[in-house]
Design a protein around this ligand. Structure first.
Ligand code: BG6
Ligand code: MG
Length: 213
């Protein structure tokens, strides 16, 4: 086997919470009259909440915002985002992802999460994967978000494995860069795969079953 473990990004890889991020940021941007679309949204993938806000505010032309006001805007977005998360259930874990995770587990691979999101524990619980992974490294245990490799290096540490033994799976260009910077091979789906950002650029999640062999 080429790898001993797989470290998955969460939003946009395991489940489609990336769409809820978009909808919640869109509502926040509309409330202060900032143009925001899916192209800008792609730049927010993998990026921390406050860094995402700064990217959205690049197009803001209103009166200067204090740090406290920026904190309130980020909080406003997160509250709406959590409303979407409350409606999630195990039905939001795609069948293909579920089946592939089970097969990878049966093949003896360790499975971990490496996500910038502070909402990771809640999302995993909602989709029925609370306690499922061998390690969870997320926005609550890092100081630098992707493209910094910290979140993946911490996951590898938790697994007691060097980066070369772990494959990172990402939908974000920033996440693919983070993986490469940490010395990991990276398999991409979605936006990052279309950008050709990974060592492997997949059309379907289940392609992982061939890649790891
Ligand atoms: C990442 C998302 O997984 O988490 C980013 O791709 C998001 O878009 C980041 O900004 C932080 O998420 P949260 O849930 O802590 O606001
Ligand atoms: Mg993602």
């Amino acid at each position: 086997m080429k790898y001993k473990a797989i470290i998955f990004d969460l939003d946009g890889v395991i489940c489609s919470t990336d769409e809820y991020h978009y909808l919640a940021w869109k509502a926040m941007a509309d409330s202060i009259g900032v143009p925001f679309d899916r192209k800008i949204n792609n730049r927010l993938r993998g990026v921390s909440r406050m860094a995402s806000l700064e990217i959205i505010l690049e197009r803001y032309t209103g009166p200067a915002l204090s740090d406290a006001e920026k904190g309130t805007l980020a909080e406003q977005k997160n509250e709406l985002y959590k409303e979407y998360l409350k409606n999630m259930s195990p039905a939001d874990l795609p069948d293909e992802v579920n089946a592939t995770l089970q097969e990878l587990n049966d093949m003896g691979l360790k499975l971990a999460i490496g996500s910038s999101s502070k909402n990771t524990p809640f999302i995993l619980q909602q989709i029925g994967l609370g306690g499922y992974f061998d390690a969870v490294s997320d926005g609550n245990n890092i100081t630098r978000s992707k493209p910094d490799p910290e979140v993946f290096l911490k996951a590898a540490q938790m697994l007691n494995l060097p980066p070369r033994d772990c494959l990172v799976v990402e939908d974000a260009v920033s996440g693919a860069q983070a993986g490469a910077a940490g010395g990991f091979d990276v398999a991409c789906v979605g936006d990052a795969a279309r950008a050709g950002a990974g060592n492997y650029n997949m059309k379907a999640f289940s392609e992982l079953l061939q890649i790891v062999k």
